[in-house]
Design a protein around this ligand. Sequence first.
Ligand code: LIP
Length: 263
Amino acid sequence: MLYLPMFKETLLKAVEAGAKVIQQYFHTQFSISHKAGINNLVTEADHASEKAIFEVILNKFPDHSLLSEEKGAIESNSNYKWIIDPLDGTVNFAHGIPICCVSIGLEIDGKVEMGAVFNPFINEMFYAEKGNGAFLNGLKIGVSQQQEILKSCLATGFPYVYPKEEKGPADTFSSLVKKGIPVRRLGSAAIDLCWVAAGRFDGYYEYSLHPWDSAAGALIVKEAGGKISNFNGSDYNIYENGLLSSNGLIHNELLKVVNEYEI
Ligand code: LIP
């Protein structure tokens, strides 16, 4: 791809610009409003981060499409779409919990080709481009080698509007914790995915996410040697529900849990 270095430079500048803004707002007084659901918050920082990110991207690529959590879709007839979560982990941020990040994926001709996730509070920049591996602060990363789900450390998240189906997120969570498996709930899908890529979690699943939550992190997991699918085990689509990511070694066991609620 001829223009990759230009895209990478803009991608990293954009996540850094957003991250600088959320750091400036952290520990200050900022307004918080509510979206659909009980705790689906959005803060001044989300909007200010998004504005800073847009400025970087549109300054360089004014004709590209954007899909961002707060502004939604800004379509053009471009083959390039920047998929942006200006502040992933908003509830954490609003409560002064520094487990949050900026996540941006670049989709070219319908496929995410590169992505970056930056948590400025612990200075962790995750980056990947398709076919070239995944990196944390410039150092190559890889998924864990844990082969047994009973010995794994997992992560999940929960929707703001709980699904009406009889069995769902709480049942899967319950079946895992009843077996003594540690299941963390960090509150940021993008960080959850990057921590699978870095080998910290052996797997992460979530029932319903938005494209901006997972566009960058899904690629980072794959480039770190991990596996990502939907709950049927087929290719994950960022525009559909059901994300299951792992080191690949426990993937089938985790699929069984989310589908049959038993290990
Ligand atoms: C959050 C995700 C998290 C999920 C939350 C929420 P937000 O995104 O990162 O994994 O469990 O329900 O969707 O709202 O902080 O951008």
